[in-house]
Design a protein around this ligand. Structure first.
Ligand code: SF4
Length: 346
């Protein structure tokens, strides 16, 4: 009989399993805690289950895990992790400590199909979607093996979360569950390049996460050229849904990666403000992080300041994302692991 990965089961899936096995209902929560809070790798570690129950589970299930193959620390203490999945594919996660805020940026796909012209991950293409348990395991690995406290999670690493919506939503349930990894949904952000279907699903869902839209270009023709996703996901509809999200759930954040000589003029700033005029929202300005595989450049600091000052004249809250981890290529848009691994150290 083929064994199933118990970690791929949600809490309600475990409830069905304990029922099928003739165990008490409360065992489902115990199992979930062992898997996610106590990071059990073997059924023999589950000491509050009887030997008979552990043997029964062992007959039918196994516990899968992901591993760290490489870890780099930047001068600013940002840490990039290359994580090996069971099929030897690799994804990257980045831990960014900043004062009391300790953010983990996680991947949701191996590679990315969207091919934004300025993004190193886009060069990889899509290898496959990650499963919910793999996405949640990125967080678990940092909490346990990395020994870190995590205050915030952003789905902003490799991949487009809304092209893997079902698994991302299931991962957030594990991550936020009090019997799981217990990181609040209010401190979790899904960042999308503007995939309309996923935005609609998030609005309709019961999730209470924050939403960020990677806007980057206020000129629609330029946006279509630089972000091919916008050809099938018109900006007008993306902005309409962003506004709906702000009104119904949380204030949306628009990310604007400023690329030298491409979208950094004062005219671009005015266009951006015009686009967002009726949308309660924050704007997060991100100076472009250069990558050896791409020819785009970071913005001139004077132009960046002038753009920023122009935005500050609006009613939006405007933040500037400091470039973190650039010396280890851990910055936004720089994640481009080889996609498969050769084990170095764990
Ligand atoms: S910016 Fe995001 S959506 Fe675009 S290619 Fe990179 S990872 Fe994919």
């Amino acid at each position: 009989m083929t064994k199933r990965n118990l970690k791929s089961c949600s809490l309600s899936g475990l409830t069905d399993i304990v029922q099928e096995l003739g165990l008490e209902q409360y065992r489902a929560a115990q199992l979930f805690q062992w898997l996610w809070q106590k990071n059990a790798r073997e059924f023999s570690q589950m000491t509050n289950l009887s030997k008979g129950t552990r043997d029964l589970l062992d007959e039918k299930f196994y516990i899968a895990c992901i591993g760290t193959v490489e870890q780099q620390r930047a001068n600013d203490n940002t840490r990039k992790f290359v994580l090996e999945l069971a099929d030897s594919n690799a994804v990257e996660a980045v831990f960014i400590p900043e004062g009391r805020r300790r953010t983990l940026c996680i991947s949701t796909q191996v590679g990315c199909a969207l091919g934004c012209k300025f993004c190193a991950t886009g060069l990889l293409g899509l290898k496959r979607n990650m499963e919910a348990w793999e996405i949640a395991s990125e967080v678990q690995l940092l909490l346990t093996a990395g020994g870190e406290r995590i205050t915030n999670i952003v789905c902003m690493g490799m991949g487009e979360p809304f092209l893997n919506t079902e698994q991302v939503f299931a991962a957030i349930e594990i991550i936020s569950s009090p019997t799981g990894l217990a990181v609040s949904q209010r401190h979790t952000t899904i960042s999308t390049a503007g995939v309309i279907d996923g935005m609609r699903q998030l609005i309709a869902s019961t999730l209470k996460v924050k939403l960020a839209v990677s806007l980057n270009f206020a000129d629609e023709a330029l946006r279509r050229e630089m972000m091919p996703v916008s050809r099938k996901n018109p900006l007008k509809e993306v902005l309409k849904l962003a506004r709906e999200y702000s009104e119904k759930k949380h204030m949306v954040t628009f990310e604007y990666v400023m690329i030298g000589g491409v979208n950094d003029s004062l005219k671009d700033a005015s266009r951006l403000l015009e686009l967002l005029r009726n949308i309660p929202s924050k704007i997060n300005l991100i100076p472009y992080n250069e990558h050896p595989g791409l020819s785009f450049e970071k913005p001139d600091p004077k132009k960046f300041t002038a753009f920023h000052e122009e935005l500050l004249r609006s009613r939006h809250t405007v933040t500037v994302r400091k470039s973190k981890g650039q010396d280890i290529l851990a910055g936004c848009g720089q994640l481009a692991g080889s996609g498969s691994t050769t084990k170095k150290d764990t």
